[in-house]
Design a protein around this ligand. Structure first.
Ligand code: AN7
Length: 346
């Protein structure tokens, strides 16, 4: 069952909305006891990399594309740091509509590029950053009658609320803290809306503190200043002027949460930690929250014993280059038992 069928009662569907589905949503919420012990908290990870295109984007994309089909669209367009394009391209393929994706040239992880091309989208590498590519996509959508499937499309964030609902259903409550990476700031806004909606329905009694983590080189919500030249190894969140900045600021202030930034070094260290101590391989952007929790722990600002959920937004396999730049190479041996024993004894 996908997001549309599982949450049909909570989504703006009509009889004419196609029940599009690639098996998105219902992702694992896993306890991370070894990491939690180090941090002195009860830590859980929502594995959004298990979605069909390997990131959380599928939750909102399925609804955005279904509604675009319902409205008779001629084609889809988006700008993307990579994951939105992979997701849009996948649902466009499944729905049989054309898809144009604008990517910041040279700054998209290899796996995401492979996905968009393989799903058959028209892939356009625009020289310039994501923020500029999004402006172009919005103009083109307006002037050429294409459906824009970035998070300026309201259905994207409505569909993304489903992750918060799943967490509440799985835990039987909301976490004390919810930590996630922030780029264009849509996801943190969607989670907050999802939690608040469940609180309004009496399904939870309290919403979590929303903790948003940005990369230091692309942290406009932390500094409060525009960031015209965003730069970070976490290319997914290499965004300087977040479209949903206002919603995200409201989410953080209403929930008494905060925005914070982490360095690229801290992000990469957290990526290795999550994989080697947690058993979860997530892409660099997804590791900003763990980096942030580690930073707060060091500063003595992480309350003991709280229940915290991190959204692990994208699969680690999407960015093999960044992963391989941090790890060693395999130990090569001849196909010989003595050779193998020498390694086992090292
Ligand atoms: C793995 O694909 O913006 O704060 O164009 O791919 O809701 O933008 C991706 C964003 C976090 C940030 N983690 O979420 C895009 C794009 C991963 C991401 C974010 C993104 P938002």
């Amino acid at each position: 069952m996908g997001v549309i069928d599982r949450f049909s009662a909570l989504l703006p569907l009509t009889a004419a909305t196609p029940r599009l589905c690639l098996g998105e949503g219902s992702t694992p919420l896993v306890a991370l006891p070894r990491l939690g012990e180090r941090l002195g908290i009860e830590l859980w990870g929502k594995l959004e990399g298990c979605n069909p295109s390997g990131s959380f984007k599928d939750r909102g994309m399925v609804l955005a594309v279904a509604k675009a089909l319902e409205e008779g669209c001629r084609g889809l367009i988006c700008a993307s740091t990579g994951n939105t394009s992979a997701s849009a391209a996948a649902y466009a393929a499944a729905a049989g509509v054309r898809c144009f994706v604008l990517l910041p040239a040279g700054h998209v992880a290899l796996g995401k590029l492979a996905q968009a091309l393989m799903y058959g989208a028209v892939v356009i590498a625009a020289r310039g950053n994501f923020d500029r590519a999004l402006e172009l996509a919005r103009r083109a959508a307006d002037e050429r009658g294409l459906a824009i499937v970035n998070s300026v499309n309201k259905y994207r964030l409505i569909g993304q609320r489903s992750a918060a609902w799943e967490i509440c259903e799985a835990l039987g409550r909301a976490p004390d803290w919810h930590a996630l990476p922030v780029g264009n700031a849509g996801n943190i806004s969607a989670y907050w809306a999802g939690y608040e909606e469940f609180r309004g329905l009496g399904r939870i009694s309290k919403s979590p503190r929303m903790m948003g983590f940005q990369a230091e080189g692309a942290a406009p919500l932390v500094t409060g200043l525009p960031c015209p030249e965003p730069e970070t190894v976490a290319t997914a969140i290499r965004i300087g002027s977040p479209v949903s900045a206002g919603l995200a600021r409201a989410a953080v202030s209403e929930s008494e949460g905060e925005f914070n930034s982490v360095t690229d070094g801290e992000i990469l260290e957290a990526q290795r930690l999550l994989a080697s101590v947690g058993g979860v391989f997530a892409e660099p952007a997804s590791c900003a929250p763990l980096a942030g929790l580690c930073k707060l722990k060091k500063q003595g600002r992480l309350p003991e014993g709280i229940l915290a959920v991190m959204t692990l937004t994208g699969n680690g396999l999407k960015d093999p280059d960044t992963a391989m730049s941090q790890v060693g190479r395999p130990i090569e041996i001849d196909d010989d038992l003595e050779d193998l024993f020498r390694v086992l004894e090292q």
